[in-house]
Design a protein around this ligand. Structure first.
Ligand code: 5GP
Ligand code: MN
Length: 327
């Protein structure tokens, strides 16, 4: 059980906060940052949001105050030693913030993590986490509800709704409990329009993304015993050809899971300095373990890894072979 009263105390007794989230942020990452930003602003706090990655274009609507800054070492490294509290949102291992990691780790300021991934690392002073929560935005909602630290309003409700909607796969994954629906109802009572949010998150893709999806789908292959593994491969060449960005690949791996009999889906994505793999699984297949074997992590049915300076083509056969163990 998360100690929400402790979190409330930390917030009330400090003045400035630096919020950050993981590389290639998703709606839960940005949504929980903006949700917490509005909570803190309501309390008169000073808030900075510094992210390693630029905010994806389909999520900029959440940052209505345009407060999120992309990390620039010269501009921002001092902030890690100036803000009273550093807040890690929606990630639980320091390597998830890439070049910001040393500044976060070396800072002597108080550090907290609010997150819902499995197996948190030991990198903060206080951890407010639980993998039973559907989203980091879900934790923030419970925080407000439990402590009444501020009154819920439209500004806070919009990002939290986006966070929960995305991390539950639009209210269809296992952690879509009755409580999650009750929370959604309370957010709608604040004037959130679900159709508007869904449109922004899922239905305003750039043409380059759709071209990339087409090319990616043509790489789908089946693998393993009874062909229960489906995988797709995106090379740097395909990315350049279509003009799409890493973040445009979000959700692509789910296409693997829509193939009958497939229980493991993998997307391999070549980066300019290594590669990343996204894993999805169905039911009891624990794909977090596969990611962990190669230094990644995540959740039981959705995990990932990112290997710097490694060749994707060397790892594809190794990862596929390992994946068979989890069938
Ligand atoms: P996605 O495949 O959508 O990028 O990520 C799926 C899940 O895996 C997310 O919950 C994310 O936090 C986790 N994940 C993705 N990449 C990494 C990684 O490099 N390291 C760790 N520890 N988790 C990751
Ligand atoms: Mn999340």
């Amino acid at each position: 059980m998360i100690n929400f009263e402790q979190l409330k105390e930390i917030i009330l007794k400090n003045n400035s906060f630096l919020l950050t989230t993981h590389v290639n942020p998703d709606p839960d990452a940005i949504g929980s940052e903006i949700g917490l930003y509005f909570i803190l602003k309501k309390l008169g706090k000073q808030v900075y949001i510094i992210n390693y990655s630029e905010t994806p274009y389909n999520l900029t609507f959440l940052d209505s105050d345009k407060v999120i800054q992309k990390f620039d070492e010269q501009l921002h490294k001092k902030l890690f030693d100036e803000a009273d509290v550093l807040v890690a949102l929606d990630f639980n291992r320091p390597d998830r913030i890439i070049k910001m990691q040393p500044f976060f780790e070396q800072s002597k300021k108080y550090k907290i993590c609010i997150d819902h991934h499995l197996e948190p690392g030991n990198f903060v002073d206080a951890l407010f986490a639980g993998d039973e929560y559907a989203a980091t935005g879900h934790i923030l909602f419970k925080f407000i509800e439990t402590t009444n630290i501020v009154q819920l309003d439209h500004n806070i409700a919009v990002p939290l709704y986006a966070a929960i909607m995305a991390d539950t796969g639009s209210f269809k994954y296992d952690r879509t409990t009755p409580d999650v629906h009750l929370i959604a109802a309370k957010l709608l009572e604040q004037g959130v329009r679900p159709n508007d949010i869904a449109n922004k998150l899922f239905d305003e893709s750039k043409f380059s993304k759709i071209k990339l999806l087409g090319k990616t789908l043509s790489t789908v292959s089946l693998y393993g015993k009874d062909e229960k593994i489906a995988y797709m491969v995106i090379t740097q060449e395909i990315l350049t050809e279509t003009g799409a960005l890493e973040n445009d690949t979000d959700g692509f791996v789910n296409m693997c899971m829509s193939i009958e009999n497939v229980v493991i889906g993998i997307l391999f994505l070549e980066l300019s300095d290594g590669f990343k793999a996204s894993f999805r699984s169905k039911g009891v297949v624990d794909i977090n373990k596969l990611a962990a074997e190669f230094g990644g992590g995540g959740h039981r049915n959705a995990s990932g890894l990112r290997l710097k300076d490694k060749k994707m083509t060397d790892f594809i056969p190794l990862i596929l072979k390992s994946a068979e163990k989890y069938l």
